[in-house]
Design a protein around this ligand. Structure first.
Ligand SMILES: NC(=O)c1ccc[n+]([C@@H]2O[C@H](COP(=O)([O-])OP(=O)(O)OC[C@H]3O[C@@H](n4cnc5c(N)ncnc54)[C@H](O)[C@@H]3O)[C@@H](O)[C@H]2O)c1
Length: 439
């Protein structure tokens, strides 16, 4: 099949590449000429395990191409995926301007039947807006052409995006046009050879499913973070509590890790957008408002512990920080808790030397103007003479460091661990003062 993907970011590039991997011909469009130039030159603009090889393989096979030419990209595919960003507007609601611009771009140049598939995360009712934008633009052209609008939200996780796309838990297809549904079934057949994974539903339910999924996951995290804070006060160990509840199959072990709060490009903006959508329609989503407030507070939890140790004024202090990305296996710095933590430490006068296995470049782009923040090339580098080590992202490389070397390098053996990486009793036995979350 011939497919166009509009927006070549984390979702669009993975979608396009995986669709090419199973034999389709895919044209990826982006408005960012630098991104397209990188891709055309054989590079990839983001870090995602396995993606670079897959892109190269499919480009070499002639199945994957990149362009900034809207007219050519519209002509290319019968199926047109929209995978552009939907960042929060000032009031927290999703900014649909990119989605609607992509839809109008299709309508401006189409000359036959198109299936417009919305993969971006969008509020309920966006399908109708996309349909209206296309109809309006076609009317301006005096063209009467058939098209269908489908909602096909994406559930991939950054860091495991290829695996998630190639072996999805489910494929949600929201549509009411039989021809479009048939095309979507054919398109996704290679990804569900083991068993049927397509859940066909109406467009509105599909749109809400995506927000409901992210809101539920964010809720689990905020729930555990609040309990972790309580556990600290009560003298309980949240890690034991986590195992105690996770063993119940109705609860399960996933997404019960307390930490420094959720970040990334999805949970924060999707929780906000769902709350805003509720408000717009007269529903006060109290649980989700609390999820967001608890998360905002949690991002400063590690700094609170530092203040308890060193006092409010951190001038003259230097901290080593491990992990900048919002989670391991990605370079994504959007809404990363590290940003809030570094801002607050440096605002109080401290210097921070940070190390991240892959996100340093991206961190330099978004935080590089902070004169009190430096970046190190290796994980032991920041430790020399630092007042303490703070762990913010749970990269595998941090799981079992050379603790003797860590102790020797730090000014004093003091660790603030925002990800509960280590066994507290053992570490204390090694002479460390160890502050974790909820234990
Ligand atoms: N990142 C994730 O893990 C993830 C997972 C599931 C769903 N989503 C959703 O997918 C959507 C995209 O997210 P992302 O992380 O890939 O964003 P991104 O910012 O990485 O990529 C979006 C791309 O779209 C391009 N773009 C914007 N307007 C365009 C236009 N009119 N024509 C062509 N290109 C255009 C931008 O230049 C950018 O490269 C969002 O709605 C997001 O919520 C993201």
């Amino acid at each position: 099949m011939k497919i166009t993907v509009i927006g070549s970011g984390y979702v669009g590039l993975v979608t396009g590449t995986c669709l090419a991997e199973v034999g389709n011909h895919v044209c990826c469009l982006d408005v960012d000429p630098a991104k397209i130039a990188t891709l055309q030159a054989g590079g990839i603009p983001i870090y995602e395990p396995g993606l670079e090889d897959m892109v190269r393989r499919n480009v070499a096979a002639g199945r994957l191409s990149f362009t900034t030419d809207v007219e050519a990209s519209v002509a290319f595919g019968e199926i047109q995926f929209i995978a552009v960003g939907t960042p929060p507007d000032e009031d927290g609601s999703a900014d649909l301007s990119y989605v609607l611009a992509a839809a109008r771009g299709i309508a401006r140049h189409m000359d036959g039947y198109k299936v417009v598939v919305d993969k971006s995360t969008v509020p309920v009712g966006t399908g109708d807006k996309v349909r209206a934008a296309i109809a309006e633009t076609l009317a301006e052209r005096g063209a009467d052409l058939p098209f269908a609008v489908v909602s096909n939200p994406e559930f991939l996780k950054e860091g495991a995006a290829i695996e998630d796309f190639m072996k999805p838990d489910r494929i949600v297809v929201g549509a009411d046009d039989e021809r479009a549904i048939e095309l979507m079934r054919r398109l996704y057949a290679p990804f569900q050879r083991n068993h049927e994974r397509i859940l066909c539903m109406d467009v509105r339910s599909a749109e809400l499913t995506k927000y409901a999924a992210n809101a539920m996951l964010a809720t689990r995290i905020s729930f555990m973070n609040e309990l972790a804070n309580l556990a600290e006060t009560l003298g309980a160990d949240i890690e034991l509590v986590r195992q105690g509840i996770g063993s119940d199959p109705r609860i399960g072990y996933h997404f019960l890790y307390p930490g420094v709060g959720y970040g990334g490009s999805c949970f924060p903006k999707d929780v906000k957008a769902l709350v805003a959508s509720g408000q717009e329609h007269g529903h006060d989503l109290k649980v989700l408002s609390a999820v967001e407030a608890a998360n905002d507070a949690q991002k400063l939890r590690l700094v609170d512990k530092v203040i308890r140790e060193f006092g409010e004024d951190l001038a003259g202090r230097r901290f080593a920080l491990w992990g900048l990305a919002f989670k391991p296996n990605t370079d994504d710095m959007r809404e990363a808790p590290s940003r809030v933590i570094v801002d607050e430490l440096t605002r109080r006068g401290a210097e921070v030397v940070a190390y991240d296995p892959v996100a340093t470049h991206e961190a330099q782009r978004v935080m590089g103007d902070n004169p009190k923040l430096q970046f190190a090339d290796d994980m032991m580098g920041p430790l020399a003479g630092a007042d303490a080590l703070l762990i913010v992202t749970e990269w595998k490389a941090f799981r079992s460091p050379d603790f003797d070397a860590v102790r020797a390098a730090l000014k004093q053996p003091l660790i603030f661990d925002g990800r509960n990486m280590y066994a507290p009793a053992w570490l204390r036995g090694q002479g460390f003062t160890y502050h974790a979350v909820g234990r």
